[in-house]
Design a protein around this ligand. Structure first.
Ligand SMILES: Nc1ncnc2c1ncn2[C@@H]1O[C@H](COP(=O)(O)OP(=O)(O)OP(=O)(O)O)[C@@H](O)[C@H]1O
Length: 321
Protein backbone atom coordinates (compact mmCIF):
# COMPACT_ATOMS: atom_id res chain seq x y z
CA UNK A 1 0.00 0.00 0.00
CA UNK A 2 2.87 2.37 0.77
CA UNK A 3 6.41 1.90 -0.50
CA UNK A 4 8.77 4.82 0.13
CA UNK A 5 12.48 4.93 -0.57
CA UNK A 6 14.84 7.64 0.64
CA UNK A 7 12.02 10.08 1.32
CA UNK A 8 13.52 13.31 2.62
CA UNK A 9 12.43 16.85 3.30
CA UNK A 10 14.58 19.84 4.14
CA UNK A 11 13.17 23.22 5.15
CA UNK A 12 15.03 26.48 4.66
CA UNK A 13 14.27 28.66 7.59
CA UNK A 14 15.72 31.45 9.75
CA UNK A 15 17.05 31.28 13.27
CA UNK A 16 17.29 34.92 14.30
CA UNK A 17 19.12 36.62 11.42
CA UNK A 18 20.84 33.43 10.34
CA UNK A 19 19.52 31.24 7.48
CA UNK A 20 19.41 27.57 8.47
CA UNK A 21 18.41 24.30 6.88
CA UNK A 22 16.27 21.92 8.93
CA UNK A 23 16.46 18.28 7.83
CA UNK A 24 12.98 17.34 9.05
CA UNK A 25 12.97 13.88 7.39
CA UNK A 26 16.27 12.28 6.37
CA UNK A 27 15.79 9.58 3.75
CA UNK A 28 13.06 7.37 5.12
CA UNK A 29 12.34 3.88 3.71
CA UNK A 30 8.98 2.43 4.65
CA UNK A 31 6.59 -0.30 3.50
CA UNK A 32 3.00 -0.76 4.57
CA UNK A 33 1.07 -3.84 3.44
CA UNK A 34 -2.67 -3.93 2.62
CA UNK A 35 -4.90 -4.32 5.68
CA UNK A 36 -2.25 -3.29 8.22
CA UNK A 37 -2.80 -0.74 10.98
CA UNK A 38 0.59 0.94 11.24
CA UNK A 39 1.44 3.44 13.97
CA UNK A 40 4.01 6.14 13.34
CA UNK A 41 5.42 6.99 16.75
CA UNK A 42 7.97 9.56 17.79
CA UNK A 43 8.61 12.54 20.05
CA UNK A 44 7.68 16.13 19.18
CA UNK A 45 9.52 17.38 16.12
CA UNK A 46 10.69 13.89 15.07
CA UNK A 47 9.29 14.24 11.54
CA UNK A 48 5.93 12.44 11.75
CA UNK A 49 3.73 15.17 10.31
CA UNK A 50 6.26 16.06 7.61
CA UNK A 51 6.37 12.41 6.47
CA UNK A 52 2.58 12.19 6.54
CA UNK A 53 2.23 15.41 4.55
CA UNK A 54 4.63 14.06 1.91
CA UNK A 55 2.81 10.72 1.66
CA UNK A 56 -0.52 12.51 1.25
CA UNK A 57 0.85 14.87 -1.50
CA UNK A 58 0.47 17.97 0.69
CA UNK A 59 4.22 18.58 0.71
CA UNK A 60 6.79 17.84 -2.01
CA UNK A 61 9.75 15.67 -0.93
CA UNK A 62 13.22 17.17 -1.38
CA UNK A 63 14.52 13.69 -2.30
CA UNK A 64 13.22 10.16 -2.65
CA UNK A 65 10.33 8.29 -4.22
CA UNK A 66 7.12 6.70 -3.03
CA UNK A 67 4.19 4.70 -4.32
CA UNK A 68 1.03 5.29 -2.30
CA UNK A 69 -2.08 3.14 -2.89
CA UNK A 70 -0.62 2.09 -6.23
CA UNK A 71 0.12 5.61 -7.54
CA UNK A 72 3.47 7.34 -7.86
CA UNK A 73 3.71 10.32 -5.53
CA UNK A 74 5.54 12.56 -7.97
CA UNK A 75 4.10 11.61 -11.35
CA UNK A 76 0.50 10.90 -10.24
CA UNK A 77 -0.38 12.99 -7.15
CA UNK A 78 -4.03 13.24 -8.25
CA UNK A 79 -4.23 9.43 -8.40
CA UNK A 80 -2.80 9.27 -4.86
CA UNK A 81 -5.33 11.83 -3.59
CA UNK A 82 -8.29 9.96 -5.07
CA UNK A 83 -7.16 6.64 -3.60
CA UNK A 84 -6.50 7.77 -0.02
CA UNK A 85 -8.37 9.30 2.90
CA UNK A 86 -6.68 11.89 5.10
CA UNK A 87 -7.89 13.00 8.50
CA UNK A 88 -5.80 15.91 9.77
CA UNK A 89 -5.14 16.76 13.42
CA UNK A 90 -7.65 19.59 13.32
CA UNK A 91 -10.26 17.64 11.36
CA UNK A 92 -12.13 19.00 8.40
CA UNK A 93 -15.67 19.44 9.67
CA UNK A 94 -17.14 22.95 9.54
CA UNK A 95 -18.16 24.27 12.92
CA UNK A 96 -21.28 26.18 11.97
CA UNK A 97 -24.41 26.07 9.86
CA UNK A 98 -24.05 22.88 7.87
CA UNK A 99 -25.49 19.58 9.14
CA UNK A 100 -23.14 16.62 9.64
CA UNK A 101 -24.87 14.56 6.93
CA UNK A 102 -24.74 17.41 4.38
CA UNK A 103 -21.02 17.81 5.02
CA UNK A 104 -20.47 14.15 4.32
CA UNK A 105 -22.43 14.29 1.06
CA UNK A 106 -20.65 17.49 -0.07
CA UNK A 107 -17.30 15.93 0.75
CA UNK A 108 -18.06 12.82 -1.33
CA UNK A 109 -19.40 14.97 -4.18
CA UNK A 110 -16.01 16.72 -4.25
CA UNK A 111 -14.60 13.40 -5.42
CA UNK A 112 -17.11 13.44 -8.28
CA UNK A 113 -19.28 10.76 -6.69
CA UNK A 114 -23.03 10.52 -7.21
CA UNK A 115 -24.82 12.21 -4.26
CA UNK A 116 -27.30 9.37 -3.69
CA UNK A 117 -24.46 6.85 -3.57
CA UNK A 118 -22.45 9.03 -1.19
CA UNK A 119 -25.47 9.45 1.08
CA UNK A 120 -25.97 5.67 1.27
CA UNK A 121 -22.29 5.18 2.03
CA UNK A 122 -22.32 8.05 4.56
CA UNK A 123 -25.30 6.59 6.43
CA UNK A 124 -23.59 3.20 6.52
CA UNK A 125 -20.45 4.82 7.99
CA UNK A 126 -22.55 6.73 10.55
CA UNK A 127 -24.00 3.43 11.69
CA UNK A 128 -20.59 1.74 11.86
CA UNK A 129 -19.05 4.66 13.76
CA UNK A 130 -21.94 4.91 16.25
CA UNK A 131 -23.13 8.22 14.86
CA UNK A 132 -26.72 7.09 14.28
CA UNK A 133 -29.11 9.97 14.80
CA UNK A 134 -26.35 12.58 14.18
CA UNK A 135 -27.04 13.10 10.46
CA UNK A 136 -29.13 16.24 11.05
CA UNK A 137 -26.91 17.59 13.85
CA UNK A 138 -24.45 20.44 13.41
CA UNK A 139 -20.90 19.23 14.11
CA UNK A 140 -20.41 21.92 16.78
CA UNK A 141 -23.11 20.24 18.89
CA UNK A 142 -21.28 16.89 18.92
CA UNK A 143 -18.91 15.67 21.66
CA UNK A 144 -15.14 15.56 21.00
CA UNK A 145 -15.23 11.81 20.36
CA UNK A 146 -18.26 12.07 18.05
CA UNK A 147 -16.57 14.86 16.08
CA UNK A 148 -13.43 12.77 15.61
CA UNK A 149 -15.59 9.89 14.36
CA UNK A 150 -17.33 12.31 11.97
CA UNK A 151 -13.88 13.40 10.69
CA UNK A 152 -13.05 9.74 10.11
CA UNK A 153 -16.37 9.17 8.28
CA UNK A 154 -15.43 12.12 6.00
CA UNK A 155 -12.04 10.55 5.34
CA UNK A 156 -13.69 7.26 4.35
CA UNK A 157 -16.73 8.40 2.38
CA UNK A 158 -15.08 7.90 -1.04
CA UNK A 159 -14.14 4.34 -0.01
CA UNK A 160 -10.35 4.68 0.01
CA UNK A 161 -8.23 1.56 0.48
CA UNK A 162 -5.80 3.54 2.64
CA UNK A 163 -6.52 6.17 5.27
CA UNK A 164 -4.04 8.46 7.05
CA UNK A 165 -5.00 9.61 10.54
CA UNK A 166 -2.88 12.37 12.08
CA UNK A 167 -2.99 11.97 15.87
CA UNK A 168 -6.60 10.77 15.83
CA UNK A 169 -7.16 10.72 19.59
CA UNK A 170 -5.26 13.82 20.74
CA UNK A 171 -7.47 15.88 23.05
CA UNK A 172 -9.93 13.05 23.80
CA UNK A 173 -10.53 11.68 27.27
CA UNK A 174 -9.32 8.11 27.99
CA UNK A 175 -12.75 6.55 27.47
CA UNK A 176 -13.32 8.30 24.11
CA UNK A 177 -9.79 7.28 23.03
CA UNK A 178 -10.37 3.61 23.82
CA UNK A 179 -13.74 3.80 22.04
CA UNK A 180 -12.08 5.27 18.91
CA UNK A 181 -9.47 2.48 18.91
CA UNK A 182 -12.31 -0.05 18.82
CA UNK A 183 -13.84 1.76 15.85
CA UNK A 184 -10.57 2.03 13.93
CA UNK A 185 -9.90 -1.71 14.41
CA UNK A 186 -13.45 -2.53 13.36
CA UNK A 187 -13.09 -0.46 10.16
CA UNK A 188 -10.03 -2.42 9.21
CA UNK A 189 -11.74 -5.71 10.02
CA UNK A 190 -14.98 -4.90 8.16
CA UNK A 191 -13.74 -2.81 5.24
CA UNK A 192 -10.12 -4.05 5.00
CA UNK A 193 -9.01 -0.39 5.08
CA UNK A 194 -5.27 0.04 5.56
CA UNK A 195 -4.63 2.57 8.33
CA UNK A 196 -1.48 4.67 8.79
CA UNK A 197 -1.67 6.82 11.90
CA UNK A 198 0.67 9.12 13.78
CA UNK A 199 0.59 9.17 17.54
CA UNK A 200 2.40 10.40 20.63
CA UNK A 201 0.73 7.78 22.76
CA UNK A 202 2.59 4.58 23.57
CA UNK A 203 -0.56 2.85 24.79
CA UNK A 204 -2.32 3.75 21.54
CA UNK A 205 0.44 2.25 19.40
CA UNK A 206 0.47 -0.80 21.65
CA UNK A 207 -3.28 -1.42 21.76
CA UNK A 208 -4.23 -0.53 18.20
CA UNK A 209 -1.35 -1.11 15.81
CA UNK A 210 -0.22 -4.30 14.10
CA UNK A 211 3.12 -2.66 13.51
CA UNK A 212 4.91 0.37 14.87
CA UNK A 213 7.44 2.57 13.10
CA UNK A 214 9.48 4.69 15.48
CA UNK A 215 10.95 7.90 14.08
CA UNK A 216 13.53 10.06 15.83
CA UNK A 217 15.39 13.09 14.41
CA UNK A 218 13.92 12.39 10.95
CA UNK A 219 15.10 8.75 10.81
CA UNK A 220 13.24 5.48 11.35
CA UNK A 221 14.89 3.79 14.31
CA UNK A 222 12.58 0.77 14.65
CA UNK A 223 9.88 -1.08 12.72
CA UNK A 224 8.14 -4.18 14.06
CA UNK A 225 5.08 -5.44 15.91
CA UNK A 226 4.70 -3.86 19.37
CA UNK A 227 5.34 -7.28 20.97
CA UNK A 228 8.47 -7.99 18.92
CA UNK A 229 9.84 -4.52 19.70
CA UNK A 230 9.25 -5.04 23.37
CA UNK A 231 10.90 -8.47 23.22
CA UNK A 232 14.08 -6.75 21.95
CA UNK A 233 14.31 -5.11 25.34
CA UNK A 234 15.87 -7.51 27.78
CA UNK A 235 12.77 -9.41 28.91
CA UNK A 236 10.12 -8.98 31.59
CA UNK A 237 10.63 -7.53 35.04
CA UNK A 238 9.63 -9.81 37.94
CA UNK A 239 9.05 -8.22 41.33
CA UNK A 240 8.80 -10.46 44.40
CA UNK A 241 7.33 -8.89 47.52
CA UNK A 242 8.30 -11.11 50.43
CA UNK A 243 5.97 -12.01 53.27
CA UNK A 244 9.02 -12.42 55.51
CA UNK A 245 11.89 -9.93 54.79
CA UNK A 246 14.45 -12.31 56.30
CA UNK A 247 13.96 -14.48 53.18
CA UNK A 248 15.38 -11.76 50.94
CA UNK A 249 18.77 -13.31 50.18
CA UNK A 250 17.41 -16.78 49.44
CA UNK A 251 14.69 -15.28 47.19
CA UNK A 252 17.35 -13.21 45.38
CA UNK A 253 19.44 -16.36 44.85
CA UNK A 254 16.50 -18.26 43.34
CA UNK A 255 15.55 -15.34 41.06
CA UNK A 256 19.18 -14.76 39.97
CA UNK A 257 19.22 -18.34 38.56
CA UNK A 258 16.78 -17.30 35.83
CA UNK A 259 17.47 -13.60 35.22
CA UNK A 260 18.96 -12.59 31.86
CA UNK A 261 22.11 -11.11 33.47
CA UNK A 262 22.20 -13.24 36.66
CA UNK A 263 21.51 -10.01 38.59
CA UNK A 264 18.76 -8.94 40.95
CA UNK A 265 17.95 -5.76 42.87
CA UNK A 266 17.00 -5.89 46.50
CA UNK A 267 15.11 -3.05 48.11
CA UNK A 268 13.76 -3.72 51.60
CA UNK A 269 11.58 -6.81 51.32
CA UNK A 270 11.30 -6.52 47.53
CA UNK A 271 13.47 -8.42 45.04
CA UNK A 272 13.39 -7.60 41.31
CA UNK A 273 15.09 -9.03 38.24
CA UNK A 274 14.64 -9.21 34.46
CA UNK A 275 13.94 -12.62 32.94
CA UNK A 276 13.73 -13.48 29.21
CA UNK A 277 10.02 -14.43 29.41
CA UNK A 278 8.01 -14.31 32.64
CA UNK A 279 5.32 -16.59 31.18
CA UNK A 280 7.90 -19.36 30.73
CA UNK A 281 9.98 -18.77 33.86
CA UNK A 282 7.34 -18.02 36.47
CA UNK A 283 5.96 -21.54 37.20
CA UNK A 284 9.48 -22.93 37.85
CA UNK A 285 10.41 -19.91 39.98
CA UNK A 286 7.29 -20.31 42.13
CA UNK A 287 8.06 -24.02 42.64
CA UNK A 288 11.68 -23.33 43.63
CA UNK A 289 10.69 -20.50 46.02
CA UNK A 290 8.13 -22.78 47.60
CA UNK A 291 10.68 -25.62 47.96
CA UNK A 292 13.13 -23.16 49.58
CA UNK A 293 10.44 -22.15 52.10
CA UNK A 294 10.14 -18.55 50.85
CA UNK A 295 6.80 -16.93 51.70
CA UNK A 296 5.61 -14.37 49.15
CA UNK A 297 3.19 -11.53 49.93
CA UNK A 298 2.73 -10.85 46.20
CA UNK A 299 4.39 -11.16 42.84
CA UNK A 300 4.23 -8.69 39.93
CA UNK A 301 5.30 -8.99 36.34
CA UNK A 302 5.95 -5.90 34.23
CA UNK A 303 6.29 -6.37 30.49
CA UNK A 304 8.61 -3.90 28.74
CA UNK A 305 6.80 -0.87 27.30
CA UNK A 306 7.41 0.87 23.97
CA UNK A 307 9.03 3.59 26.05
CA UNK A 308 11.64 1.02 27.21
CA UNK A 309 12.22 0.24 23.51
CA UNK A 310 12.77 3.90 22.68
CA UNK A 311 15.04 4.29 25.70
CA UNK A 312 17.14 1.30 24.62
CA UNK A 313 17.44 2.63 21.08
CA UNK A 314 18.08 6.30 21.71
CA UNK A 315 19.18 6.53 25.34
CA UNK A 316 16.23 8.87 26.01
CA UNK A 317 12.71 8.29 27.21
CA UNK A 318 10.03 8.98 24.61
CA UNK A 319 8.19 11.07 27.18
CA UNK A 320 11.23 13.26 27.90
CA UNK A 321 12.57 13.41 24.34
N1 LIG B 1 7.47 24.56 7.45
C1 LIG B 1 8.54 24.32 8.22
N2 LIG B 1 9.59 25.17 8.23
C2 LIG B 1 10.68 24.94 8.99
N3 LIG B 1 10.82 23.85 9.80
C3 LIG B 1 9.80 22.98 9.83
C4 LIG B 1 8.60 23.16 9.05
N4 LIG B 1 7.77 22.11 9.30
C5 LIG B 1 8.41 21.31 10.19
N5 LIG B 1 9.62 21.84 10.50
C6 LIG B 1 10.61 21.25 11.43
O1 LIG B 1 10.83 19.92 11.02
C7 LIG B 1 10.98 19.05 12.16
C8 LIG B 1 9.94 17.94 12.09
O2 LIG B 1 8.64 18.50 12.30
P1 LIG B 1 7.30 17.62 12.26
O3 LIG B 1 6.15 18.57 12.42
O4 LIG B 1 7.31 16.75 11.08
O5 LIG B 1 7.47 16.73 13.57
P2 LIG B 1 6.38 15.83 14.31
O6 LIG B 1 7.06 14.55 14.63
O7 LIG B 1 5.13 15.76 13.53
O8 LIG B 1 6.14 16.66 15.63
P3 LIG B 1 4.77 16.84 16.48
O9 LIG B 1 4.58 15.54 17.18
O10 LIG B 1 5.15 17.94 17.42
O11 LIG B 1 3.66 17.20 15.55
C9 LIG B 1 10.86 19.96 13.37
O12 LIG B 1 12.17 20.33 13.75
C10 LIG B 1 10.09 21.15 12.84
O13 LIG B 1 10.40 22.30 13.59
Amino acid sequence: MIHARGLARTFNTRRGRERVQVEAVKGVDLDVEPGEIVGFLGPNGAGKTTTLRMLTTLLAPTHGTATVAGHDLKSDPVGVRRAIGYVSQSGSTAMSGVKAGEEIVDHGAMYGLDRARVEARGRELFEQLELDGMWQREPKTLSGGQRRRLDIAMGLVHDPGLVFLDEPTTGLDPQARANLWTHISALRDRLSTTVFLTTHYLDEADALCDRVLVIDHGEIVASDTPDALKRQVAGDLIELVLGDPSHVSIAAQQLARITSDAATDVNGGIVTGRVPSAGVELPGLLRSLDAAGVALASIEVRRPTLDDVFLTMTGRSLRDA
